[in-house]
Design a protein around this ligand. Structure first.
Ligand SMILES: Nc1nc2c(c(=O)[nH]1)N[C@H]1C(S)=C(S)[C@@H](COP(=O)(O)OP(=O)(O)OC[C@H]3O[C@@H](n4cnc5c(=O)[nH]c(N)nc54)[C@H](O)[C@@H]3O)O[C@H]1N2
Ligand SMILES: Nc1nc2c(c(=O)[nH]1)N[C@H]1C(S)=C(S)[C@@H](COP(=O)(O)OP(=O)(O)OC[C@H]3O[C@@H](n4cnc5c(=O)[nH]c(N)nc54)[C@H](O)[C@@H]3O)O[C@H]1N2
Ligand SMILES: [Mo]
Length: 646
């Protein structure tokens, strides 16, 4: 039975791009020379800028590619096209983490190093399935557990990660703020606040205490579905641990109030002083291999490389002098805003490098319609993706992970070298090389002889990276930012300053986030009674472009997962095809029964959009601060399919 389903749903295999393509007058993509393709790509960008101004252009930059590539991509956007409209997949995942951490501590990076979870006493994995999504980090977690650390998991599903934990708090989707506030209240009422830290390094404690006061254990149990004792136990364990690590991922951020969720968790670290010391900290585990680096390199609409704000005159002028260009003193559009301004015609030309938004954006039908409405779409990828199929020009790139030199930066802010080890196929060219060829056609005499030349330009402009020469990265097998000096090693954790007694050295205090519960936008009701949450499995990667091309005995295609009770209630069994519908769209998928789910909760992945387009169901409602969509909470119904022969 199982093997039949696997056969029927064998995932689409993507073809590696080996030569450029352009859309012919007949509307079909055809093979072209590099010169023809680059001329066409550049002409469309030039025309958009001439007819509609620089802000009619936007760049989607690749979080799979190197830091150097991201540096050049944002420089192209700002210098050649004259706009700050550059963004990446960070918007779909951890933009709320960056916003929340910046608001609390003044910098958007995770505060600790991976190895610290090996030397801590308590690890909370909150909305994170690291066993599947961050297996390398999870090895460090398991070492920590082996060394005696207690692990607790907060997730609506009893995930693979939860199976290793001492306790699992199975909360209702979108109720993280009530849970966090109840933990905070319990810590306050039990007299477990780290008062020295709170007095010295934070502001707004009184307001916070008043805000969480209504969230008694029983009030929180009602809303979250987590038993009061389990909430109390976690509060006591976290507050009394000598060292504690609080890690979160998309279960927290992919909500219409993702930044508020992040603030609610950070509050707990401030209340207990579990930040700014070795072994204690807060960690958003980032998504794509270089999404941290992409943001650090300025491939985001509000920051220049090295996290220097566009609105800061001194920073902007420094870049203007080096780049010999004028940088607009205003923020560009986020990825979310870019999509919103496509249909109105405000955005005309998009250069999409290593992203597949036709399948990864929430409400995919709407996203495809918006991409189609563009006057000029250039896609640069290693595969002919669904997004590339919509493009006017398709440019074949080398794969950063094996065919390109450079550096990438992981979630613990560690910059590491990557090297070209394979010969790229056909006529594929390096991303940087292609961007420079376009810049030259648009009147800028750009050549970077190698990745190190790009890196050295970045170092000269970003104090946080200045101390990381290629030689030092080699010698130390990677270094973490901030690394301002070439002769000293950086600290492994951030914000140690908060513990300083001298107020000058301590710097700005961290404000408590005064955030309120706000349930998911897509409400369940009689017509759509199931809460659908979406996420990942170990065996596949994002939209499947890079992971569908090899056979895996682990992979079992797309299913809608239900708990045994719901399967009985709907009269469905594993393997049976059902129609799944939301207020936006509808798909058919086979059922999988997972005892790790709770009644009323369904789960799907985003890995097989060609077979089952999960994002036809999801809602585009997004966080007003960070722009991240509520991928984790849609309302759906399922219907049995009547077999054709009846
Ligand atoms: N194997 C594999 N690894 C990957 C990826 C991949 O596609 N495949 N993708 C990479 C990327 S881009 C990213 S961003 C990361 C993502 O890594 P994760 O965020 O860990 O992955 P997800 O499965 O999307 O979501 C994590 C968990 O959030 C839970 N969740 C859902 N709703 C809620 C809620 O309301 N509250 C709480 N507390 N939890 C909730 C889900 O049940 C799920 O277990 O993984 C990266 N690593
Ligand atoms: N339903 C649902 N949807 C989601 C999510 C969810 O949890 N649920 N999560 C969201 C998240 S966190 C993310 S990050 C997005 C992911 O969204 P995307 O980034 O759009 O999806 P990927 O499949 O990772 O696409 C990466 C692309 O980069 C290309 N690529 C890889 N290496 C290189 C390179 O070196 N150079 C170039 N030029 N191209 C390269 C690949 O071929 C692929 O086409 O999806 C989001 N969508
Ligand atoms: Mo992501």
């Amino acid at each position: 039975m199982m093997s039949d389903h696997r056969k029927r749903r064998a995932p689409k295999q993507y073809e590696r791009l080996t030569h450029p393509l352009v859309r012919g007058t007949d509307g079909v993509l055809r093979r072209a020379s590099w010169d023809e393709a680059l001329d066409r790509a550049a002409a469309g960008f030039r025309q958009a800028r001439r007819d509609h101004g620089p802000d009619a252009f936007a760049m989607l930059s690749c979080s799979r590619a190197t830091n150097e590539m991201n540096y050049v991509a944002q420089k192209f956007t700002r210098v050649v096209m004259g706009t700050n409209n550059v963004d990446s997949c960070n918007r779909t995942c951890h933009a709320p983490s960056v916003a929340g951490l910046s608001a609390a501590f003044g910098s958007g990076g995770g505060t600790s190093s991976y190895e610290e979870v090996e030397h801590t006493n308590l690890i909370v994995m909150w909305g994170s399935n690291a066993r599947f999504a961050h297996p390398i980090f999870f090895q460090h977690v398991l070492k920590g557990v082996h060394n005696g650390a207690r692990m607790h998991v907060v997730d609506p599903r009893r995930t693979s990660t939860a199976q290793w934990a001492e306790s699992w708090l199975g909360l209702n989707v979108g109720t993280d703020i009530p849970l966090a506030h109840a933990i905070g209240r319990e810590i306050i009422h039990a007299g477990l606040v780290n008062q020295t830290f709170v007095d010295r390094a934070t502001t707004g404690f009184e307001e916070y205490a008043a805000l969480v006061e209504p969230w008694t254990l029983s009030a929180a149990e009602q809303v979250t579905g987590v038993p009061a004792e389990a909430i109390r136990d976690l509060a006591h364990a976290y507050a009394t641990a000598e060292r504690a690590q609080l890690c979160w991922t998309l279960g927290i951020t992919e909500h219409h109030n993702g930044t508020d969720n992040v603030r609610a968790l950070i509050n707990l670290s401030m209340l207990t002083g579990h930040v700014g010391r070795y072994g204690s900290g807060v960690q958003p585990l980032r998504g794509q291999n270089n999404v941290q680096g992409g943001g650090d390199m300025g491939a985001i609409p509000n920051k220049l490389p090295g996290f220097q704000d566009i609105l800061d005159d001194a920073s902007r002028h420094k870049f203007e002098r080096t780049w010999n260009a004028v940088i607009q003193p205003r923020y560009g559009k986020t990825l979310t805003e870019m999509f919103e301004s496509m249909e109105s015609g405000e955005l005309r030309a998009v250069y999409c490098v290593g992203e597949n938004p036709a399948q990864s954006e929430a409400d995919s039908e709407q996203a495809v319609r918006r991409l189609r409405s563009l006057g000029h779409l250039v896609v640069q990828d290693i595969f002919l993706t669904r997004t590339a199929e919509l493009a006017d020009v398709v440019l074949p790139a080398t794969a950063a992970w094996a065919e390109t030199d450079g550096t990438t930066t992981n979630s613990e802010r560690r910059v590491q070298r990557v090297r070209a080890a394979l010969v790229p196929p056909g006529e594929a060219r390096e991303d940087i090389d292609i961007i420079c060829a376009l810049a030259r056609r648009l009147g800028h005499d750009w050549t970077f002889t190698d990745a190190e030349t790009v890196w050295d330009e970045l170092r000269s402009l970003s104090p946080d990276h200045f101390g990381m020469t290629y030689d030092r990265l080699e010698e130390h097998q990677g270094l973490q930012w901030p690394c301002p000096d070439t002769d000293r090693l950086p600290s492994s954790f951030l914000h140690g300053r908060l513990w300083e007694t001298d107020p000058v050295r301590r710097g700005p205090a961290a404000p408590f986030g005064l955030v309120a519960h706000d349930p998911p936008v897509d409400l369940t009701d009689e017509a759509y009674p199931l809460r659908l949450t979406t996420g990942r499995r170990l065996d596949s990667y994002n939209t499947g472009v890079q992971s569908s091309g090899y056979a895996s005995p682990l992979r079992r295609g797309e299913y809608i997962e239900l708990c045994p009770e719901d399967a009985v209630a709907y009269g469905v069994t594993t393997g049976e095809e059902v129609r799944v519908s939301s207020r936006r769209g509808s798909v058919t998928a086979p059922v999988w029964i997972d005892p790790g789910l709770r009644p009323g909760l369904a789960f799907m992945t985003m890995h097989f959009p060609d077979e089952v387009d999960t994002n036809a169901l999801t809602i585009e409602a997004n966080c007003p601060i960070a722009g991240t969509a509520e991928f984790k909470a849609s309302a759906v119904r399922i219907e049995k399919l009547v077999p054709a022969w009846t």
